[in-house]
Design a protein around this ligand. Structure first.
Ligand code: G4P
Length: 522
């Protein structure tokens, strides 16, 4: 197969959702389709038992699938499927956001009983700003949930995206009869657990289905569907691929119901790898020269070896194990000797990979998040990875002042790895750490002790709302402990507002000062 044919088969995506919406359950069903696991329940268990957060190794071990199989891949109906995990729950972090820079599409799972929740909204914003196509699966139809029309309205309003229902549910909870598959022109009948019947629209007038079609729940759904077809937006693949419209499917990941239909439709519509912007213009995924970028660096994945693994998204050409590439940032040659792909709980060595694939390469402390690796004459770099706004902040100091050197070195390396973000007070050298998730601080503290031999003291300054300032508008006297003025790694000024209330008060009183939300500029 040619590079072009291999590339076109790739479907690289992530599943985003709020905790408990059903991401693990859905992932598990997809892995069953891919024959990666044999029975349901294999992936589960990550939440069972509370882990000792003080022990990084334990965290690694117990987080199970979210670490060891950051990427799950399998062939399916002629496609090569790559699912990237987006850690949620306690391990929600910048990595979760950054994973979204390495995918070509996203599946958003919404709990029908809850609608849009906080974490879905945050992850959605990242997809929107990057124009990533989003496919929506409204889950838990086997439970009594909110009205489908109301859920669509909420998606449109809160997320500011057009919706196009690809299926339409008849009832919910105990009254759930199945869904109209608008795209496949069939009714998918729900027969309880693990059983569904596909009835083509043309067959629905047959006597065998008279009970179904005369059921008041079916009739009501049919009327609603007619309304949706008349008043709703037409399906447009072009609008979907540009991120303006989301196709919406209804079902139950647990039953499972509507999952196969959803996945088959999704796989056939989801985009193959697209050209990516670089400092030398747009690079096509079928460019024969290999290129890719590092979107995540993971330390200590294997407790037996103190190794770091860099996760590389292949963007063009063909990767071959042991190949020589260049690190664009320095121009230095590097041999990609150890390479791994992450399947279920094993690390398999891989021999070749193409655009869309994710590989893990051994990192001899040489890589930074966002680094481009490539072969060929041209040295270019892929677009810088966006910075994501942290929410939690803590002051950090070394317990022993004699350890200042290791302290600085440790912080710098961990920051470079993207494990945590670093800020400094606007006029002193005191350090403030920022993170998206609370767990990042504990991991930071543990790694400083174990890898750099430095005990650090952390003093929480709470959840804050960061806003970036334009350099010419910085007036230090306007800020205090409540709304703290700091500098980021690139010496940009940032105000850490105490809360939304303080932010809004400030906005009202200083309408002339531009406050930049990172979600809006990336
Ligand atoms: P997450 O990864 O997004 O956090 O969610 P997960 O799949 O773990 O699902 C969260 C809970 O919701 C689980 O129940 C799961 O069984 C349930 N669930 C997922 N999909 C559906 C669905 O379609 N219908 C119904 N009724 N429930 C669903 P749990 O009680 O927290 O866990 P468990 O005891 O079942 O393992």
């Amino acid at each position: 197969m040619t590079i072009n044919e291999e590339m076109k088969k790739r479907r690289t995506f992530a599943i985003i959702s709020h905790p408990d919406a059903g991401k693990t359950t859905m992932t598990e069903k997809l892995l069953l389709f891919g024959n990666l696991i044999r029975s349901a329940g294999t992936v589960k268990g990550k939440k069972s038992g509370k882990f000792a957060t003080s022990d990084w190794m334990e965290i690694e071990k117990q987080r199970g699938i979210s670490v060891t199989s950051s990427v799950m891949n399998f062939p399916y109906q002629g496609y090569q499927v790559n699912i990237l995990d987006t850690p949620g729950h306690e391990d929600f972090s910048e990595d979760t956001y950054r994973t979204l820079t390495a995918v070509d599409s996203v599946v958003m799972i919404i709990d029908a009983t809850k609608g849009i929740e906080a974490q879905t909204l945050k992850l959605f914003k990242v997809c929107k700003m990057r124009g990533i196509p989003i496919f929506t699966f409204i889950n838990k139809l086997d439970r009594e949930g909110r009205e489908p029309l109301e859920l669509l309205e909420e998606i449109e309003e809160v997320l500011d995206i057009q919706t196009c229902p690809m299926s339409w549910p008849a009832g919910m909870g105990k009254r759930f009869l199945g869904t109209f598959d608008r795209y496949g022109k069939q009714f998918i009948q729900y027969n309880g657990n693990e059983d569904e019947t596909y009835i083509p629209y043309d067959d629905l007038d047959k006597p065998a289905y008279s009970d179904l079609v005369s059921n008041p729940t079916y009739e009501a759904a049919n009327d609603e569907l007619a309304l949706v077809e008349e008043a709703g937006d037409d399906f447009s693949l072009e609008a979907v691929l540009s991120g303006e419209q989301t196709p919406v499917f209804f079902g139950s990941a647990l039953a499972p119901f509507g999952v196969q239909n959803f996945f088959d439709t999704f796989i056939s519509m989801a985009p193959a790898p697209a050209p990516r912007k670089s400092t030398e213009g747009v690079i096509s995924p079928d460019n024969p020269d290999f290129s890719g970028f590092v979107f995540k660096i993971q330390a200590n994945m294997n407790p037996a070896h103190r190794d770091r693994v860099a996760f590389l998204r292949v963007c063009s050409g063909k990767f071959e194990r042991g190949m020589n590439v260049k690190l664009a940032r320095t121009g230095k040659p590097i041999k990609l000797a150890q390479s791994q792909q992450f399947v279920a709980s094993d690390r398999d060595t891989i021999e070749e990979a193409y655009a869309g694939d994710i590989i893990g390469v051994y990192d001899p402390n040489a890589y930074q998040i966002g680094d481009t690796l490539l072969e060929g004459k041209n040295l270019f770099e892929y677009q810088e990875l966006p910075q994501f706004p942290p929410e939690q902040f803590q002051r950090v100091t070394a317990k022993n002042v004699m350890k200042a050197k290791q302290f600085k070195k440790g912080i710098e390396q961990l920051v470079q790895e993207g494990a945590i973000q670093l800020y400094k007070h606007y006029r002193s050298e005191s350090y403030i750490l920022g993170a998206v998730g609370e767990l990042q601080f504990e991991v930071f503290q543990y790694r400083m002790r174990n890898e750099y031999n430095v005990e650090v003291m952390l003093e929480p300054i709470g959840e804050r709302v960061p806003r970036w300032l334009r350099a010419e508008q910085v007036e230090p006297s306007m800020y205090d402990e409540r709304n703290l003025l700091v500098r980021d790694r690139s010496d940009n000024y940032v105000v850490l507002f105490k809360n939304d209330f303080s932010l809004n008060w400030f906005k009202d009183n200083h309408p002339d000062i531009e406050l930049i939300d990172l979600f809006d500029v990336n």
